[in-house]
Design a protein around this ligand. Structure first.
Ligand code: KIV
Ligand code: ZN
Length: 507
């Protein structure tokens, strides 16, 4: 039997640190439920001391996850952070506090302004304090990959002596080469007293595009926990991607002496859910979950795959949940067929919500005849966004053409249900519609990115718009909107981003 590798998912914490990837509490609970279906071992739900919103999200995720996974909360090596983590985890069935500090000379001198001795004191004090509040404590040695090895070993030893049961070795800046990082893990196994009874974790960033390679090198050198995110979301270039690490281990389990308990058939569903929730799309050529990951376009490749799939495919698409659905819903499909398909897509709803979704589904099916999985995912995402919106779209009339000046009349309802109507002109219909939104919601923002795509095939496909805006303090917010009419989806996406900005100003 090979070694069991724990998959520690940090989509809800490090993943959310991607610019524009902020998620609501409800978004996080829905993703946590999908992580449970994936059978991840640990879910890092957030950083409770960072904001009241994050605190509440950790609490909500802990309640939703129950016994199904360990729920971890991040804290710096500061008592108030650790206390906040413990409080947010108070209802968790299997809580874990992760606490830690920078250990490279860059962090000690530039960021923290402390000596090595002071750093070791902080490690002992913080882990001991966390241990009083929670039996499962994980220590992270930030920027470990660029730290002095001997000092790193002393810091890990201090954490173990103070009661940590998991030692997390991050390549915080994604700087290492895989061989070098593997050698670092091997060095720690040789030089840290007590490490044999601890779990050693690796947490690698993707600044050189090597995060998966680094993580697998860590596993080969003895690590038994990998920290990763769905779609590789995360700070800067992101974290190691869960799907790549898991499939790498699945395909090379014997060489690595490793296996995971992940239900790989849930991978694509998780990927789609995270992409549609955060608005951060997956590039078409992304390994495992990209639209082209199992597409063969050259004649020679197609011929090879038709003769024997393995000629050009190392993974059977069904293994990661990429089998094509042969069920196409139409306006004639009943409530039960819709509910069954939604369940297969990983959504769980009470009867009342299902009734509402069914009505929306019928409206959509009337407009576009055949309703695909992607349409259903968009529809569910749209309803989730609408449920938490401060401003909602009530009416939109657009007059455009050549050589007309586009004119828009727009009505929005505010939280209290009061309607506001304005009329504007612009260079184009979307520009005019956005000017109208800004006339009503007067909040400073800059449009950074606007992207429009068809959710499915055909000219009747839903138009899916993603926008990114920067708020007054430079924080980035992503919004999404879908509708068969692309001007409506554009307005919905902009409203979604503005609603997120407004909500963030409240907490
Ligand atoms: O990249 C990093 O070092 C981290 C730690 C907080 C684990 O995210
Ligand atoms: Zn990180």
């Amino acid at each position: 039997m090979t070694r069991k590798i724990d998959i520690f998912d940090t989509t809800l914490r490090d993943g959310e640190q991607s610019p524009g990837a902020s998620m609501t509490r409800e978004d996080k609970v829905a993703i946590a439920r999908q992580l449970v279906r994936l059978k991840v071992d640990v879910i890092e739900a957030g950083f409770p001391a960072s904001s009241p919103g994050d605190f509440e999200s950790v609490r909500a995720v802990a309640e939703a996850v129950g016994e199904s996974a360990v729920v971890c909360a991040l804290s710096r090596a500061i008592d108030s952070d650790i206390q906040a983590a413990a409080d947010a985890l108070s209802s968790a069935k299997r809580p874990r506090i992760q606490t830690g500090i920078g250990v490279s000379s860059l962090h000690l001198q530039n960021k923290l302004g402390i000596s090595e001795a002071e750093c070791l004191d902080r490690v002992r004090a913080s882990v001991s304090f966390a241990k009083k509040l929670c039996s499962d404590v994980q220590f992270y040695a930030e920027d470990a990959a660029r730290a002095d090895r001997e000092f790193l070993a002393r810091a890990c030893e201090a954490a173990l002596d103070a009661g940590a049961s998991v030692i997390n070795i991050p390549d915080t800046t994604g700087y290492s080469l895989p061989e070098e990082f593997g050698a670092l893990i091997a060095y720690l196994f040789e030089h840290v007293r007590g490490i044999e009874s601890a779990t050693v974790a690796v947490h690698c960033h993707n600044d050189l595009g090597l995060a998966t390679a680094l993580s697998l090198a860590g596993v080969a050198a003895g690590a038994t926990q990998v920290e990763c995110t769905v779609n590789g979301l995360g700070e800067r270039a992101g974290n190691a991607s869960l799907e790549e690490v898991v499939m790498g281990i699945a395909l090379h389990g014997e060489d690595l002496d490793a296996h995971t308990d992940i239900d790989t058939r849930e991978i694509l569903r998780a990927s789609r859910m995270v992409a549609s929730t955060t608005g951060i799309r997956v590039q078409a050529n992304k390994a495992i979950v990209g639209a082209n990951a199992f597409a063969h376009s050259s004649g020679i490749h197609q011929d090879g795959v038709l003769k024997a799939r393995e000629t050009y495919e190392i993974i059977n698409p069904e293994t990661v949940g990429a089998a094509q659905s042969n069920i196409v819903l139409t306006a004639r499909s009943g409530h039960a067929a819709l509910s069954h398909r939604l369940e297969e897509l990983g959504f769980e709803f009470d009867e009342e919500t299902l009734d509402t979704i069914y009505q929306k589904f019928l409206e959509l099916a009337d407009r576009k005849r055949e309703v695909y999985d992607e349409d259903l995912e968009s529809l569910v995402g749209e309803m989730g966004r609408a449920a938490h919106a401060l401003y909602t779209l009530r009416g939109l009339q657009v007059s455009t053409g050549f050589p007309l000046t586009p004119t828009v009349t727009l009505t929005l309802a505010d939280e209290a249900g009061e309607e506001h109507t304005v009329a504007t002109t612009g260079d184009g219909p979307i520009n005019a519609a956005y000017a109208a939104v800004n006339k009503i919601i007067q909040v400073e923002n800059e449009l950074l990115e606007f992207d429009i795509q068809a959710a499915t095939r055909g000219t009747d496909a839903l138009g899916e718009v993603t926008v990114r805006i920067a708020g007054p303090e430079g924080r980035v917010f992503t919004g999404r909107g879908t509708d068969p009419d692309i001007i409506v989806s554009s307005v919905k996406a902009y409203l979604d981003a503005l609603n997120r900005l407004l909500v963030s100003q409240r907490v």
